[in-house]
Write a new protein. Structure first.
Length: 127
């Protein structure tokens, strides 16, 4: 993990309070989550928050409650199977090998193209 990842964080220009909305402030919570989804270093932030035992605030797109649940659960860290993505993500079911629907679609299309090309080549060699 790059030790300077904080310099790339989307929230680095926001006041610290922005990432610590009050309980019940749904607009503040939604704004913090939305900012996290645009962040290029969301995963390292989440890992660091879990390591540091951060109890409050939004880190890596998750609230303190969600991070505690993640830490207690059987989630595993995976790397996206789409070769050009390679993003790390946490999930409960290891059979899901892509980090997003977009990567899953790209991987499925690549497989279909490859499979149809192999089938085409097999028909040529059988003739």
């Amino acid at each position: 993990m790059n030790p300077n990842w904080r310099e790339q964080a989307a929230c680095r220009t926001y006041p610290v309070d922005f990432m610590y909305p009050e309980r019940g402030d749904t607009a503040g919570q939604d704004a913090a989550k939305a900012l996290c989804t645009t962040c290029p270093v969301q995963y390292p932030c989440l890992v660091q928050a879990i390591k540091d035992g951060e109890q409050d605030g939004y880190f890596g797109g998750m609230s303190g409650r969600a991070r505690r649940a993640l830490k207690r659960s059987d989630y595993v860290t995976m790397r996206c199977a789409w070769p050009t993505c390679g993003k790390e993500f946490a999930q409960r079911h290891p059979q899901n090998v892509c980090c997003s629907e977009e990567c899953k679609r790209k991987r499925r299309n690549q497989y279909r193209k490859l499979h149809s090309y192999k089938t085409y080549r097999e028909t040529l060699t059988k003739s």
